[in-house]
Write a protein of this length. Structure first.
Length: 239
């Protein structure tokens, strides 16, 4: 087989040869990593941790308790959290990689309300991670039979994905998450995996059960002792 000036052909010799069921599918050009699609803002620049900060220790991993801290106490705790962040999160091949052994989530420095979020991720065998939305756990990422994407910490509303849409372990997956109010829709690799038939599923307030979800909060990349990779993290704020 040879390629010449944009043509595809087969090199014939004097021997008998037969071909059948020949098909071709043109593929789109490869996506450029960490370049935001039109209308989106990138949260990760592919080079460093600009725009991110570390998650404070318990009980300050609770956004409500963290917000209630006196400013000087909050600042002291944040310095320690950022030191852990720099130790355990690194940028390799234009991807964010967690190499620690704890639960040192990576947190956006900005808060968000309603949004559409795109995130590429990959995990190792038996890996476990997730996305916190407005500081609230979580859109699940893991290597389990039921698949990723479910709102794992929901107790009353649906918590499992509608189907398994994960690629093989070690391959890149893509989330598209739409959050309006407390309602969340999740697409995994183009498949709708979180939806209640009419709208998104309500994400419950894990930190203060029974209370409304926080109207704004950070996006967090969960560290769960396992290696995890993220890239192509983009957000589009919605009214």
């Amino acid at each position: 087989m040879f390629r010449d000036r944009g043509h595809i052909g087969f090199l014939g010799h004097n021997d008998y040869v037969e071909f059948r069921n020949l098909r071709i599918k043109e593929l789109p050009r490869a996506r450029v990593d960490n370049r935001a699609p039109e209308g989106f803002t990138r949260l990760f620049n592919g080079r460093d941790l600009t725009g991110w900060q570390g998650l404070q220790d318990r009980p300050n991993d609770n956004p409500a308790k963290r917000a209630a801290l006196p400013l000087n106490q909050w600042a002291d705790q944040q310095v320690k959290a950022d030191e852990r962040m720099r130790q355990n999160w690194q940028v390799r091949d234009q991807a964010l990689v967690y190499l620690g052994k704890g639960f040192d989530n990576l947190v956006t420095a900005r808060d968000y309300g309603n949004f559409e979020l795109l995130v590429d991720w990959k995990i190792a065998e038996n890996g476990d991670s997730g996305l916190y939305l407005r500081g609230t756990p979580q859109v699940q990422i893991w290597d389990k039979a039921e698949g990723s994407g479910g709102l794992y910490n929901n107790k009353t509303n649906p918590s499992k994905p509608l189907k398994r849409a994960d690629y093989f372990v070690g391959e890149w997956n893509r989330f598209r998450v739409v959050m309006l109010g407390d309602r969340v829709m999740v697409f995994l690799n183009g498949e709708l995996v979180v939806y209640d038939g009419k709208q998104g599923v309500a994400l419950e307030n894990y930190w203060e059960p029974g209370k409304p979800l926080f109207p704004r909060g950070s996006i967090e990349l969960q560290a769960h002792r396992d290696p995890i990779h993220f890239k192509n993290i983009f957000i589009r704020e919605l009214p």
